[in-house]
Write a protein that binds this ligand. Structure first.
Ligand code: FES
Length: 226
């Protein structure tokens, strides 16, 4: 009978201290004997279980981090707040074309109406980001920081600003149908046609159109020829 067979018989026949028994079989080695007796499998399973638990926890943590990053990178803006759509009501309620620009502090734009349609001028100066003001006496916008000036329609007149004022896209809708919207074309930005008086005017403050370079401004060209 081999040493292993002898030891297995002892184990099967009566209760013994396995660890002590294993120690006695020095030539075989403790690990070899325990392996023969199928002892230690429970320990391996526990290690495996802990490994799986750690892997699951790590996976959940990574998933949570990924979701948080996605939410941060893809912000959702609600209607009626800056970054979302601002509904201005029926086109019939727009100020008349000879009216001074109307500030909309929620949407951060100046609303003006022209013969071609409405414009929503972003309130921030295109030079270094100051808030420019409306000067009714001079019928123009002027920035208090470095004196850049812009026409009522947002065209660059003079000063260090590199371009005309930025604008938010305006959509004119009738129910689910979009009738027209602000477009950039050539050396100007075209206002949307307002359609019927009942059509609704919506400013999308998440969609900003950059003003055209100062050199292309019709107001600046006019000043040069004056
Ligand atoms: S920030 Fe407006 S002119 Fe400089």
């Amino acid at each position: 009978m081999t040493v292993q067979q002898d030891l297995r018989q002892q184990v099967l026949g009566r209760e013994v201290d396995l660890s002590a028994a294993a120690e006695r079989v020095v030539p075989l080695g403790r690990e070899k004997v325990l392996e023969t007796l199928n002892v230690g499998r429970e320990g391996t399973n526990r290690r495996e279980f802990l490994s799986y638990a750690w892997a699951c926890a790590l996976g959940l943590l990574t998933l949570e981090g990924g979701l948080a990053t996605y939410r941060f990178m893809s912000p959702r803006f609600s209607a009626g707040t800056f970054g979302g759509e601002i509904h201005l009501g029926p086109a019939a309620q727009l100020p008349t074309t000879d009216f001074d620009p109307q500030p909309n502090t929620t949407g951060k734009f100046w609303l003006i109406n022209t013969e071609d349609g409405p414009h929503a001028l972003y309130m921030v100066c295109t030079h270094l980001g100051c808030l420019y003001k409306w000067e009714p006496a001079n019928n123009r916008f002027k920035c208090p920081c470095h004196a850049s000036m812009f026409t009522r329609e947002g065209h660059y007149i003079e000063g260090p600003a590199p371009r005309s004022l930025d604008q938010f896209r305006i959509k004119v809708i009738d129910g689910d149908a979009k009738l027209s919207e602000t477009e950039g074309a050539g050396d100007q930005i075209l206002a949307p046609a307002t359609g019927s008086p009942g059509s609704e005017v919506v400013v999308d403050t998440g969609d900003r159109i950059r003003g055209l370079p100062a050199a292309l401004s019709p107001a600046r060209a006019k000043n040069k020829t004056d």
